[in-house]
Design a protein. Structure first.
Ligand SMILES: NC(=O)c1ccc[n+]([C@@H]2O[C@H](COP(=O)([O-])OP(=O)(O)OC[C@H]3O[C@@H](n4cnc5c(N)ncnc54)[C@H](OP(=O)(O)O)[C@@H]3O)[C@@H](O)[C@H]2O)c1
Length: 428
């Protein structure tokens, strides 16, 4: 039996989950992979909160040198958030020749080039399965299981907080603020949920997935990002009328014009596999050239699901698989940046909800402006006017250039045909 020593940085949700799984399942891991895994040192900001006995033998401190200077440590689990101190800690471990497993998606997405160059220079791997979609082994699936495929598209639900909020808005008929409070009450959303609901967290994960899928350098800045802050109960009701659900969808898609990368609230038809991904779950829908379409779904966050992915990486590092894949996939070693598609060039089906005064000629005016811009209408629905005399017209379009569609909507609003700015959404 090979004894393996883990140095753990950060004793929060993820670090605590790693300790919990090892406490409960170390014997199962010994039987399965022949490794006796122990956390022998813990470095965290406030070590006083932990008993020294939490780590086997080595103790708990706030000094990273206790890990970097310990020759007995085989692998480091890096479970610290942010991109400041977290980056310095990771670089210190690489410089000391320690392989690193991290759950920090912001760090990999924003500083992957620098970190992977440092790892290559030190001759050690960085593994990051837990950084995308928590407990779902989607990095390994894209990198290894689907290696004989061109990945034509990924459409993914990558933020459990947003998915929970949208689920509660639909199923419990809560408004956005109520659903957010419920997500916070269950521990799905941070006290400051900005990076979840504005789409930033999803964009970090998409940048990582897109790098692997496209085998190209994809900076976060290349991704067009919209969050769910502006989604209202009216939008949820419209989606239901149309046989759809609204999901925050991250898309990476090959097109003849380049790579289309965006995060946006999107109408997903109920018969699409991603429509069934509810509550705080994540889902990654992959269109693979040979294997065909596949959906990966499950818990995208939380102590045990995330620690499950961390420990899979730890095993990969210790049996040498992570070093092999790092050598063969120079994913973050300064590959060329692909041409990306701007909003104007994006080809997508769209939805518009026009609030219009009840007077003759409005519907004809809207249809004419859409037609003039080459937007082909798939279906059109007009409600009976409300008591205030205003009516709602909803339009679904066939796929068209995003720029043409948005220009047509702007022209319709500017022509005075609408009573307030028109709501638009993409369709999957
Ligand atoms: N939570 C999830 O479900 C999840 C899922 C996937 C990925 N992730 C990612 O995993 C990382 C960790 O997340 P988490 O939820 O476990 O965070 P967390 O609960 O806030 O825990 C972070 C831990 O790191 C410690 N820490 C912070 N700065 C430090 C420093 N400079 N030196 C040493 N220790 C430091 C903190 O110490 P104190 O306790 O003293 O503050 C805390 O113990 C993040 O990048 C996150 O995005 C999390």
């Amino acid at each position: 039996m090979r004894r393996c020593a883990i140095g753990l940085i950060g004793w929060g949700t993820v670090g605590g989950g790693v300790l919990d799984i090892l406490h409960r399942d170390a014997a199962m891991l010994r039987d399965r992979v022949g490794l006796d895994l122990r956390v022998s040192r813990i470095v965290t900001r406030t070590p006083g909160r932990l008993p020294a006995s939490a780590a086997h033998g080595g103790g708990v401190s706030s000094d990273i040198a206790d890990i970097t200077g310990d020759p007995t440590i085989d692998v480091v689990v890096h479970a610290v958030g942010g991109t400041g101190a977290a980056k310095d800690l990771l670089l210190a471990c690489l410089a000391a020749g320690k392989p690193v497993v991290t759950a920090n998606k912001a760090l990999i997405a924003e500083h992957g080039d620098e970190l992977f160059a440092a790892a290559a220079a030190a001759g050690v791997p960085i593994a990051f399965e837990a950084a995308v979609a928590g407990g779902i082994p989607v990095i390994a699936a894209l990198r290894d299981g689907l290696v004989a495929n061109r990945i034509d598209a990924i459409h993914a639900i990558l933020n459990g907080t947003c998915n929970y909020i949208l689920t509660m808005m639909e199923q419990a008929e809560q408004d956005f603020a109520e659903a957010l409070a419920a997500a916070q009450g269950l521990g799905y959303a941070e006290a400051d949920p900005t990076l979840d609901i504005d789409g930033t967290d999803t964009a970090h994960k998409l940048a990582i997935l897109a790098r692997i899928a496209a085998a190209a350098a994809v900076p976060v800045s290349a991704i067009r990002v919209e969050g769910i802050q502006a989604i209202t109960s009216d939008d949820i009701a419209s989606a239901a009328r149309l046989g759809c659900r609204i999901k925050l969808i991250a898309t990476a898609r090959r097109t003849t014009a380049g790579l289309d990368l965006h995060v946006a609230p999107t109408l997903v038809p109920l018969d699409h596999p991603l429509a069934a991904v509810m509550r705080n779950h994540n889902g990654v829908f992959v269109e693979a050239s040979n294997a065909g379409p596949q959906l990966f779904t499950g818990q995208g966050a939380g102590a045990l699901p995330t620690a499950s992915a961390v420990l899979a990486d730890v095993v990969d590092v210790l049996i040498g698989r992570a070093a092999a894949t790092s050598r063969h996939f120079s994913l973050f070693a300064g590959g060329t940046q692909p041409r990306t598609v701007g909003e104007a060039e994006e080809i997508t089906g769209s939805y518009a909800r026009f609030l219009v005064p009840d007077r003759s000629g409005v519907l004809a005016g809207i249809a004419r402006i859409l037609g003039d811009r080459g937007i082909s209408v798939q279906s059109l629905h007009q409600d009976r006017p409300a008591a205030d005399g205003r009516a709602i017209i909803e339009v679904l379009t066939h796929p068209s250039r995003g720029g043409d569609f948005l220009a047509a909507v702007a022209a319709i609003d500017a022509a005075g045909l609408t009573a307030k700015p028109t709501v638009t959404l993409r369709r999957l």
